[in-house]
Design a protein. Structure first.
Length: 194
C-alpha cells in the first residue's frame, strides 16, 4: 500500500497573466497540499508548487518555468498525486478516513443486503457526498457522508452500511409533503445537516 498514489489536488485554471494557476486542493486545509512532499502528475513527473494564497474555491500557486497565461492554461486538468506512504496514519478510534480508502468499498443496507460500491467522493460545498454505483449498472446515486446516512464504516471488512436512501421519510407520510410546507425546502434540508 505504501507505493499507492493518492490524489491531493488538481490544477483547475490559469489565474492572471503571469502564469499563476488555481489549485483545487482535496486536503482538509488547502495549503497542506504541499505538506506531504513531492507532488507528481499522472505520468509520475514532479510538479513543484509555490503557494501564493487562497482564492475562491482553491489556492493560487506558481509553477517553476510557467511565466504566462498560455503556459498556465496548458496545465489545466493536471492531477496532483502523492505517495500513500507519506500520509500520517489516522487514529483508529476517530471517525476520519482518507477518501481514497473509501473508494471501492462495498455498500450494504442495515439488513446486509448488497447495495453497490463507492465510486467516488465529492464535496460541492455542503459536505462530503458518497457517489455509489448501484450493483453492476452504471447508475449512481449521491448519499451524504454523515452518521445519519452512513451509520457504519467497516474498513476491516471492506464495507460501509448506509440507511436505505429510498426510505428517508421520517414521519411515515407516503407522499412526503403533508407538512404544510409548500416550498419543499424543509423536506430536503435534513439530508445535508451533520
Amino acid at each position: 500500500m505504501a507505493d499507492e498514489r493518492l490524489l491531493l489536488g488538481e490544477i483547475v485554471a490559469a489565474h492572471g497573466i503571469k502564469g499563476l494557476v488555481k489549485i483545487r486542493s482535496f486536503t482538509e486545509a488547502p495549503e497542506d497540499i504541499i505538506a506531504y512532499g513531492s507532488l507528481r502528475d499522472g505520468t509520475g513527473k514532479v510538479v513543484e508548487l509555490s503557494l501564493r494564497g487562497p482564492t475562491k474555491g482553491g489556492i493560487l500557486a506558481a509553477v517553476p518555468g510557467i511565466g504566462n497565461r498560455n503556459d498556465a492554461e496548458n496545465l489545466r486538468g493536471t492531477k496532483l498525486y502523492v505517495e500513500r506512504g507519506v500520509l500520517p496514519e489516522l487514529p483508529a478510534e476517530e471517525d476520519e478516513y482518507y477518501h481514497a480508502d473509501l473508494i471501492g468499498l462495498a455498500v450494504e443496507l442495515p439488513d446486509g443486503t448488497a447495495f453497490g460500491r463507492i465510486k467516488a467522493m465529492h464535496d460541492f460545498g455542503a459536505g462530503d457526498l458518497l457517489e455509489i454505483q448501484l450493483g453492476a449498472s452504471n447508475e449512481t446515486i449521491m448519499v451524504p457522508f454523515d452518521r445519519e446516512a452512513v451509520p457504519q464504516v467497516d474498513m476491516a471488512n471492506g464495507r460501509i452500511v448506509i440507511n436505505d436512501p429510498g426510505n428517508d421519510d421520517d414521519d411515515g407520510d407516503d407522499d412526503g409533503d403533508d407538512d404544510g410546507d409548500d416550498d419543499g425546502e424543509e423536506d430536503g434540508d435534513h439530508a445535508r445537516n451533520k
